[in-house]
Design a protein around this ligand. Structure first.
Ligand code: ADP
Ligand code: NI
Length: 215
């Protein structure tokens, strides 16, 4: 087995039992999208991108009770043990940890092209048809309402406040998913995001119409 195959086996076993938003298939889609972006952009070290994509959610804090840096640290140990040079493993660790810190570190972290590509791929998986499925899967898991016209979408001022929210799943589109397209790092990411964005917009419009019985 080569290193990407070994990492895949490792991540698959780690993510067994994670919810439908973070099971191995999420990482696999991120891997495939990241490869696609890398090819179209002809930029970045493909191996770093692949390994970061494969390993990026092995310790998501929603399921893994520990610190936000556990995923990166576990990946680093795994990679070094499997012969990846320390410097390369360190880069992969920083990509994984910066992804899991969500937006908080965004202003201070210097984004390598490899980071930018994996982040675009990760964000794209929350958009479009698959993104819609993930959102309702998450809402179901948390027993949230799907839609309530009385509860307006909010702007969150802190991650804590955001995490505590019990708002209906449709609000998540306004609070997060519709904002994703403007956060893309790469040209290819932006192009893919544009299409997924339009798809979600028409979905939500139709959803509300059906809810009111007017379509
Ligand atoms: P990731 O780890 O992929 O960066 P998150 O952990 O924030 O993203 O979310 C995982 C998935 O669950 C995404 O598809 C996201 O849209 C969805 N999700 C997160 N929070 C909510 C929510 N409050 N309502 C509906 N879906 C959500
Ligand atoms: Ni992810």
């Amino acid at each position: 087995m080569n290193i990407t195959e070994k990492a895949t086996t490792f991540a698959m076993s780690r993510q067994e039992g994670f919810d439908g938003g973070h099971d191995w298939s999420h990482s696999e889609r991120v891997l495939n999208t990241a490869r696609h972006i890398q090819k179209r952009e002809s930029a970045g070290d493909l191996e770093v991108i692949e390994l970061a994509a494969i390993l990026h959610d092995i310790a998501d804090t929603k399921f893994h009770k520990g610190s936000e840096t556990d995923g990166g640290d576990m990946s680093y140990d795994f990679l070094v043990k499997n012969g990846i040079p320390a410097e390369k493993a360190e880069h992969i660790r920083s990509i994984i940890n910066s992804l899991s810190f969500k937006n908080s570190l965004e202003n201070t972290y210097e984004k390598s092209i490899e980071f930018q590509i994996v982040q675009d791929a990760d964000r794209l998986d929350a958009m479009g048809a698959v993104g819609i499925a993930r959102a309702f899967n998450y809402g179901g898991l948390k027993n949230r309402a799907r839609y309530d016209p009385e509860i307006k979408p909010q702007t969150y001022t802190s991650t804590e406040e955001y995490k505590k929210s019990t708002a209906p799943t449709l609000n998540h589109f306004y609070e997060k998913l519709f904002l994703q397209k403007d956060l893309m790092n790469t040209k290819t990411g932006r192009e893919l995001a544009e299409e997924r964005h339009e798809y979600m917009l028409s979905y939500v419009e139709r959803f509300k119409d059906e809810w009111r019985g007017i379509r």
